[in-house]
Design a protein around this ligand. Structure first.
Ligand SMILES: [Mg+2]
Length: 257
C-alpha cells in the first residue's frame, strides 16, 4: 500500500443490507463519511439497482456517498462525479460484451412456466432479468435454467444469479459483483490492507466467494447459508439486521472502533 491509498475498502450491497433499519443506516453513514473524508476508506456500493435508483437513494434513503458504484449486479461500473445519465466504465462494458449474447441468454428461459420479465430498464444488453416467484416451484425452475446452460456447454459465457426466491438474472460469466470489484481495484490500482464485503442475498454470493472477509447480515436469505460451511473464509455472521449488522461486522473486522 502506498501512503496516499485508503487502508480499507468496503464493498456493500444496498437493499436489505444497508436499507431496512433507518437509525442504524444513519449511524453507519456518519461513520463511513468520517473515514472517507480522512482518506482511510474507499467505499463501493455494489447493487442490483440501476444507477438512477442509487443516486436517488442518497437523499431519499440516506445512502452513503460512495467512491464507486457497481450497478445492475456487476454488469455496470460508475466512477464519480455521479449524475443521472453518465456512461458506465467503457472498458468493463466492452470486456463483458465480448462473449455474451442477450438473445442466446433469453433462449435458456424458453418454455419455463411462470417466468415473468422484469422492467425493461433491468433488461440491458448485458443482463436478462426475470421474476420466477410465479413458477410452480421457483427453486427447481432456477435449477432448470442452470442445467440448460450447462447442457448447452454455455457455462463459460453465462452466469445465473438466483436471489430471494424470486429474482433470476442471466449475466456474462465474467460479470457479477465479485468480478466487478476485482476489475475496479485493478483499474484504479488500489491495494488495500483489507477489503470487506457485505450482503444479504444470492447476487452477493460472488463477493463472498471472491474475498475472504464478508459480513452476512442477520436477515440474509437462505441462499447465503452455504457460506457457513466455507472453511477457508473469515466471514462474519452478524446478529443484527441490515445496517446494524454491517456496523457490527465493521467492528468485528476492526474498521470501526
Ligand atoms: Mg440485497
Amino acid at each position: 500500500m502506498t501512503s496516499d491509498q485508503p487502508q480499507w475498502v468496503l464493498a456493500t450491497d444496498i437493499d436489505n443490507t444497508l436499507t431496512g433499519d433507518e437509525p442504524a443506516l444513519r449511524e453507519l453513514r456518519q461513520e463511513l463519511d468520517v473515514m472517507r473524508r480522512a482518506g482511510e476508506l474507499f467505499l463501493i456500493l455494489s447493487t442490483g439497482r440501476r444507477l438512477e435508483d442509487v443516486l436517488s437513494g442518497f437523499e431519499r434513503e440516506g445512502l452513503p456517498e460512495p467512491d464507486a458504484i457497481i450497478a445492475q449486479v456487476g454488469t455496470e461500473i460508475y466512477l464519480p462525479p455521479f449524475s443521472s445519465g453518465i456512461a458506465p466504465l467503457a472498458a468493463w462494458k466492452e470486456r463483458l460484451q465480448r462473449d455474451f449474447s442477450r438473445g442466446r441468454a433469453l433462449g435458456f428461459l424458453d418454455g419455463i412456466e411462470g417466468v415473468e420479465m422484469q422492467l425493461p430498464e433491468f433488461n440491458t444488453a448485458l443482463k436478462v432479468s426475470v421474476f420466477l416467484d410465479k413458477a410452480p416451484d421457483p427453486h427447481t425452475a432456477a435449477e432448470r435454467v442452470v442445467r440448460r446452460i450447462e447442457e448447452a456447454d454455455a457455462s463459460g459465457e453465462h452466469r445465473v444469479l438466483w436471489s430471494s426466491g424470486r429474482d433470476l438474472d442471466i449475466i456474462p460469466e465474467a460479470a457479477g459483483k465479485g468480478n466487478a470489484i476485482r476489475y475496479l481495484l485493478e483499474y484504479l490500482d488500489l491495494n488495500p490492507d483489507r477489503l470487506i464485503v457485505a450482503g444479504d442475498s444470492g447476487n452477493d454470493l460472488s463477493m463472498f466467494e471472491a474475498f475472504p472477509c464478508g459480513i452476512v447480515v442477520a436477515n440474509a436469505q437462505p441462499e447465503l447459508h452455504i457460506l457457513r460451511e466455507a472453511a477457508d473464509s473469515e466471514h462474519f455472521f452478524a446478529s443484527a439486521k441490515c445496517a446494524g449488522g454491517v456496523v457490527e461486522g465493521l467492528r468485528h473486522f476492526g474498521l470501526l472502533a
